[in-house]
Design a protein around this ligand. Structure first.
Ligand SMILES: [Zn+2]
Length: 380
């Protein structure tokens, strides 16, 4: 994640959904709870602490995930209640453990967090599908009609999430993952994919709007931002809320070129002298392949820079090499204001900075353009 994002205010609703899942799971995983005990009345009894509307509970019990096993929540809950005691203990412990991953990111003194994700649970594939569906049923309605949440006068849905996200991240009309353009109301990414991390399907730190390009199956899509043998998700990966490259909107904390820089010669590479940051940058590149897109965008934008140089020359703003360098420095300053707000501003800021520092791989081409403008003017 190239950008830091802030939690939307609706994280309290997502936490409420986690609480709801936790209460039900706790009841289902008790040794004394058997499959035939689990009916609507049992659910009502378990959910008394949440003071829910009786009709809402009825709807919840009959809700199905039509993309999955197509069984109702009540049927799935009965299957979980019927699991052997050791499996139930493992399931409940794994859910509680994985939901704490954000605490472990935030508190660096805690031991390394190792996900216990469902795929490591020693149960059959059929049971894994049913457990996955149990959790996803609580997420899928977010895409559609929404949740009726206590003390909220309207249903909590996907639009609500996007609106709150923009309030918490004003002006951020870009993809936090790649700095490209994003549709403000479209893609919502599960950073840890819900198919592999169903426990985190509704976790507030696991949902981020990203661009369609990053969310496509060719790029991040459902890929897991961890290596197979990875033991420490804090170490080698960025995280949009918890461990981003930078909060670019905070202009007072601008990174040094040692912490982060872009090399333009021989391609385009994001670099850092900090080996951990470099590893995270490389992992992000492998996950979303954003540099190919950046290179395409850079070609288009360099043509526009050339036209800007022509215009500045014709208006008498640039008369010699020194003024060209000053012009490029001014453009870098303008681009700095766009960081975190306009697409590809990170790339263009570093491009202008490299040009103003007369780095040959960038500057030579622009100097040539300037000289061509001079010649054509002299020629006429
Ligand atoms: Zn993106």
């Amino acid at each position: 994640m190239l950008h830091k994002v802030n939690l939307p205010a609706c994280h309290i609703h997502l936490n409420w959904i986690l609480q709801l899942q936790g209460i039900l799971l706790n009841g289902l995983c008790k040794d004394t709870t058997t499959a035939h005990m689990v009916d609507e009345d049992w659910v009502r009894q378990e959910l008394v602490p949440l003071s829910l509307d009786q009709n809402w509970i009825k709807t919840l019990c009959s809700r199905k995930n039509y993309k999955g096993t197509k069984q109702s929540l009540l049927t799935l809950m009965a299957q979980i209640a019927g699991l052997p005691s050791t499996m139930k203990q493992e399931l409940q412990a794994a859910f509680e453990h994985d939901c704490r991953f954000s605490d472990d990111f935030e508190d660096k003194h805690r031991p390394v967090h190792q996900f216990r994700q469902l795929c490591f649970c020693p149960v059959s594939e059929t049971i894994k599908k049913e457990i996955t569906d149990f959790f996803l049923i609580f997420y899928e309605p977010l895409l559609g009609e929404g949740y009726a949440i206590p003390n909220l006068s309207y249903p909590f849905n996907r639009k609500h999430f996007h609106d709150d996200f923009l309030l918490a991240n004003p002006k951020m009309e870009i993809c936090p993952m790649c700095d490209g353009q994003r549709d403000l109301k479209a893609e919502l990414d599960h950073f840890y994919p819900k198919a592999h991390f169903p426990y985190l399907a509704c976790h507030p730190y696991n949902l981020t709007p990203i661009c369609p390009n990053c969310n496509s199956t060719a790029n991040k899509g459902p890929k897991i931002p961890l290596q197979l043998d990875e033991t420490n998700p804090r170490e080698d990966w960025f995280h949009p809320y918890l461990q981003p490259l930078m909060d670019w909107s905070d202009k007072s904390k601008f990174p040094s070129f040692l912490y982060f820089n872009i090399r333009f010669g021989g391609g385009l590479r994001l670099e850092s002298c900090d080996t951990r940051v470099q590893k995270r940058l490389d992992n992000l590149e492998e996950l979303v392949h954003f540099s190919e897109n950046w290179k395409r965008q850079l070609k288009i934008r360099i043509r526009a820079v050339g036209r800007d140089i022509d215009r500045a020359y014709n208006r008498g703003r640039i008369k010699d090499r020194q003024e060209l360098i000053e012009f490029l420095g001014d453009e870098a300053d303008k681009m700095q204001d766009d960081l975190g707000e306009s697409a590809y501003a990170i790339m263009m800021y570093y491009y202008y900075k490299a040009a103003a520092r007369e780095q040959p791989e960038v500057f030579d081409e622009l100097l040539k353009r300037f000289k061509t403008a001079q010649l054509s003017r002299t020629g006429t």
